[in-house]
Write a protein that binds this ligand. Structure first.
Ligand code: COA
Length: 333
């Protein structure tokens, strides 16, 4: 069947966050920081963090997918593929996607984890849409999930204040009735020459020059905040501009811009430059921080459950992150 013969529909969404709340006041007790500094520089008031004795990215991602399946009224056995975007899976092998598919009863659906840091959910959405359009898959579970609290050094005040844990998921299905539905434009980009700005070292010799004099915990996220900020504040706007230009959509035509929650100042800068109205940009960074691959899916689920996404709507997903990577996905829902 030709790829133009059918579309792709979003049939359900779900998300999961840990119960445990880490407030700025909690961080003030363990770090040389203040609530005012964190709120002014990032917009974050609190974030969720896992209790590592009982939960992690496996449980969060699984719960988000289960909720999305329930929401879609789709049986796990109907899934023929599960893609889990994450940089904090508990094990390198097997992927969390394999364990999640098995736990929910989706065997023998294909399953893999995708590593694109904070861009992961948007990458996964694009890959899933393309595979359904190719005719090779019919029902795909997409998850974005990170528990960055398991990968930050809580003695490092420049990183630990930013991140929280969350998972968001959607179920995508081939739409035989509406060939125009689904992703109408997508980009996935990376520039690995900038990897040093945001990285998780596994070995001492991998630590780059700029960071070599700093106290570093192996396995923990390192970030050159100013570099990432400089990159993100321009790229975020450019990616949204490109999505609008290439699709011929105006801001008025789009019902929601579902943006990675990196820093409120980065989102606000794009909103100001592009004239995006507040009601079209869902913000939850104040309560959940930056949950890496979890953030876009979590935002989408909150919009979906609040009935703010309707059939026929144009929705723009946009994210950037470690790699450095960046991605967009424009949907006719
Ligand atoms: N509390 C108090 N002071 C802090 C602090 C904290 N948690 N973290 C850093 N500082 C200090 C710095 O040490 C520095 O002090 P100095 O001037 O005496 O050297 C000062 O605040 C300014 O630091 P700077 O790094 O320039 O701050 P900033 O305005 O750039 O804000 C970030 C820091 C991390 C909030 C900001 O750079 C940022 O958001 N970057 C992008 C991060 C991002 O989006 N990452 C995820 C990508 S997906």
């Amino acid at each position: 069947m030709s790829s133009a013969a059918f579309g792709v529909k979003i049939v359900g969404a779900g998300s999961a966050v840990p119960d445990r709340v880490l407030t700025n006041a909690d961080l003030e007790k363990i770090l040389d920081t203040s609530n005012d500094w964190i709120v002014q520089r990032t917009g974050i008031h609190e974030r969720r963090v896992v209790d590592q004795n009982i939960e992690g990215t496996f449980t969060l991602a699984r719960d988000a997918l289960r909720r999305a399946l329930d929401d879609a009224k789709v049986q796990p056995s109907e899934l023929d593929l599960v893609i889990n975007a994450s940089v904090t899976a508990e094990m390198r092998c097997p992927s969390n996607a394999c364990r999640i598919a098995s736990d929910l009863g989706a065997v023998p659906a294909g399953a893999f984890d995708l590593v694109a840091a904070c861009s992961g959910f948007v990458y996964a959405l694009n890959v899933a849409d393309s595979l359904i359009r190719s005719g090779r898959h019919r029902t795909v579970g997409v998850i974005g999930c990170d528990a960055m609290s398991t990968a930050v050094d809580y003695e490092d005040r420049s990183v630990s204040i930013l991140f929280g844990d969350a998972a968001g998921s959607v179920i995508l299905q081939r739409d035989d009735e509406r060939p125009g539905a689904g992703c109408i434009y997508q980009t996935m980009n990376a520039d690995g020459s900038t990897w040093e700005s945001l990285y998780m070292p596994e070995r001492g010799h991998e630590i780059p020059e700029w960071d070599s004099a700093n106290p570093i915990k192996i396995g923990c996220l390192r970030m050159n905040g100013r570099e990432v900020y400089r990159f993100a504040v321009t790229k975020f706007r450019e990616v949204i501009e490109d999505a609008l230009t290439k699709t011929g959509l105006t801001v008025d035509d789009v019902s929601q811009f579902v943006c990675h929650q990196s820093n409120i100042r980065i989102i606000n800068a794009a909103m100001e430059k592009l004239g995006l109205p507040e009601e079209k940009v869902h913000i939850n960074i104040d309560r959940f921080g930056n949950s890496s691959a979890g953030s876009v899916g979590l935002c989408f689920d909150q919009l979906w459950q609040a009935d703010k996404i309707r059939p026929g709507d144009a929705v723009v997903f946009v994210a950037f992150g470690g790699g450095l990577t960046w991605a967009s996905s424009v949907w006719r829902v």
